[in-house]
Structures are given as structure tokens and as C-alpha cells.
Design a protein around this ligand. Structure first.
Ligand code: 2P0
Length: 334
């Protein structure tokens, strides 16, 4: 069985592990899946059971700056605050970076990450985080890898990160190879400037169970999980057709159905898993009421209580009336 270091060695092949740039900064957007990734066929390489499809969130994402420092250990500053070695995030980040350093763990780095989205609120911060890390390493070592290669490397940090190398719509094709070289993001051509995504933040608290753990329990124990791959296949096909025809209703219906199917599948796991709170259920109901009132508004929801609301530019005013504090993203803003 292959591990991450084997895959990295295949991609980097003859590339140098000598530092090329002492200081630099990169950015990667967060992404929200309209057709979800939930379950792995290989947990080591983050290879998924199904394909998935996302939309990137333009200016919401991770700014990653690095600097070579003369020190005996790496430093991390997260959103302006120093994070020490005993912190989980520090350990996860640098154990990932160390996979790329080969035998040479030095020189040390000072990494500064500024996230424009709440960390660990089910808003895909690990996706933009790991995508920005691989972009940063590419700049640090001067590898000049393709975005497809960076997508494969980002997946090793966090599955959904492989979709954060591009703006717009991205499909993560699940691939069939054991080494995962065919499991990466593919950008789609559709540009839809009228599309809006509202972030309805119910809670920015850390989730009670990581999505990594939750998807493993769901796959192992939920009787609904056997239905998940065929549900994804049909939702994904509907979403892609909706994108081709700019059919918003069809996009919204398939995306919301896919999110609900994922949440119901994990609810049926043992032990039962839910990311819902009374407020998120209430918010879902408000959106359903808006639709009964003939406003085309849909939601999707990830591993947290926060809802991401899909609507078109022409309905912005009506949506804001009900959700006045909603932060509105224009995924195709210039
Ligand atoms: C997604 N999520 O497609 C789905 C929907 C959450 C709900 O990808 O274990 O942090 O690092 O591969 O990518 C969150 O899972 O999990 C996620 P790992 P990841 O966006």
C-alpha cells in the first residue's frame, strides 16, 4: 500500500528540495461542495468513494506567507496570533510540510496564515488551508508544478483541498488508481456571474466531531451509505446539466437534496451523527418557506450548523430582508 511520502516522491521526482525563495505569499480560496465528498476508499491518501463538485469562494480563503528564519524550530502565526507547538493545528500543519522536506527539516520557517473564514466552522477552512500550503511550498522550493499536480498534493493534506486550486466550479474526479494520480480537481468552464452564496453563520465554534472521523463512522455503520454513491451520481449529473444550461432551480434542488442526503446518512450511523442545532433546523425551515413564497432560494450545509444559501443576484434584496446579517459572496466577482 502506498503512503503519502511515496506519492509525493512520484510527483516531485527529480525536483530539488533546496530552497529557492526565502520569503513569499500565496492565496487559495475556500470551496463549498454542491455535491459532497463523504467517505474514503483510502484514508491514508484521502481517496474518495465518489466524485464531488464545488464552487470556490473568491476572496474567502487562506493567505499563506512563509519566511525562512534562523531558528531551531518552525513558527506559526494564525490570524495574527502565535500558535505553539503543542497545538493540534501547528502539529497537523508542520507534519504535512515535513513530508515535503525530505530528510532536511531545516532551515526553519515562519508561516503566517490569515484565514478570511472562520476556522473549523464547517466552512472548508482546511480546504483553502492545505491548497495554500502546497502553493506556498511550490514557491519556496521553485518546483513550478502544474495546478493538477498541486491538486493531488493538496488532497494528501485534506481531501476537499484538491478543489481549492481554482476559482469557479471544480469537479473532483474520484479516480480508480491506487496511487491516486487520477484523483484530482478539474475546473469546469461555466461562469455564472449572477450566482450568489450567502454565508449564514450560526456558530463559529469548533465542531464536536471532525468530518474525517464522521465520514469514517458513516461509511462503516450507516445503512444508508450503500445508497450514497448512486445518489451522488444522479445529483452530480443533474448539477452538471444545470450548470451547462444555467438552470438555477435544478442546481438548487440537486445541491440541497445532496446535502440533506449526506446529513440523513450520517444521522443513521451508529453512533448517530448530527451537525444540526435548533437554529440550523429553523433556518432550513425559513428557506423552505421562502420557496413556498416563490423565492428561488436553496441551501447547502457541510460538517457544521452553518448554512450556505444559494440564490441569484436579482433576489438579493429579498434574501437580505430575511437574513439581514448574511455575508454574501460573489463567486465570479472580478
Ligand atoms: C465536502 N466536507 O465535500 C464535504 C462535505 C464536509 C462536508 O470535505 O478527512 O476536511 O481532510 O479529507 O476534506 C470536509 O472534509 O476531510 C469535507 P479530510 P475534509 O466539502
Amino acid at each position: 500500500m502506498l503512503n503519502k511520502v511515496d506519492v509525493i516522491a512520484r510527483i516531485l521526482a527529480e525536483k530539488s528540495r533546496d530552497i529557492c525563495l526565502e520569503k513569499g505569499a500565496v492565496y487559495a480560496p475556500a470551496n463549498i461542495a454542491l455535491c459532497k465528498y463523504w467517505g474514503k476508499r483510502d484514508a491514508q491518501l484521502n481517496l474518495p468513494v465518489t466524485p464531488s463538485l464545488s464552487i470556490s469562494l473568491a476572496e474567502k480563503g487562506s493567505h499563506f506567507a512563509f519566511e525562512v528564519i534562523d531558528a531551531d524550530k518552525d513558527r506559526l502565526t494564525l490570524n495574527g496570533k502565535t500558535v505553539t507547538e503543542d497545538n493540534d493545528f501547528y502539529q497537523r500543519l508542520f507534519s504535512f510540510i515535513n513530508l515535503f522536506r525530505g530528510v532536511k527539516a531545516f532551515p526553519c520557517l515562519h508561516v503566517r496564515i490569515n484565514s478570511t473564514i472562520p476556522i473549523a466552522a464547517g466552512l472548508a477552512s482546511s480546504a483553502s488551508g492545505f491548497a495554500s500550503v502546497v502553493k506556498g511550498l511550490d514557491a519556496l522550493y521553485g518546483w513550478q508544478l502544474t495546478r493538477s499536480e498541486l491538486s493531488i498534493l493538496a488532497r494528501l493534506g485534506s481531501g476537499s483541498a484538491c478543489r481549492s486550486l481554482w476559482s469557479g466550479f471544480v469537479e473532483w474526479q474520484q479516480g480508480i488508481r491506487d496511487d491516486g494520480m487520477d484523483s484530482l480537481g478539474i475546473p469546469l468552464k461555466t461562469i455564472w456571474p449572477q450566482l450568489r452564496i450567502g454565508l449564514w453563520i450560526i456558530s463559529s465554534e469548533k465542531k464536536t466531531i471532525s468530518s474525517r472521523e464522521a465520514m469514517a463512522i458513516t461509511k462503516q455503520t450507516s445503512p444508508f451509505y450503500t445508497l450514497w454513491p448512486q445518489q451522488v451520481a444522479s445529483d452530480l449529473a443533474e448539477i452538471k446539466t444545470a450548470l451547462t444550461h444555467k438552470d438555477f432551480i435544478s442546481l438548487g434542488e440537486a445541491s440541497e437534496r445532496n446535502a440533506l442526503f449526506m446529513h440523513e446518512t450520517m444521522l443513521m450511523a451508529t453512533p448517530s451523527i448530527t451537525y444540526n442545532t435548533p437554529q440550523s433546523i429553523e433556518c432550513r425551515k425559513q428557506i423552505w418557506q421562502l420557496r413556498r413564497d416563490h423565492l428561488p432560494v436553496y441551501f447547502t450545509q457541510d460538517a457544521g450548523p452553518n448554512l450556505k444559501v444559494l440564490f441569484l443576484e436579482e433576489n438579493t434584496r429579498d434574501v437580505l430582508q430575511l437574513f439581514p446579517q448574511m455575508e454574501i459572496i460573489q463567486p465570479f466577482a472580478k
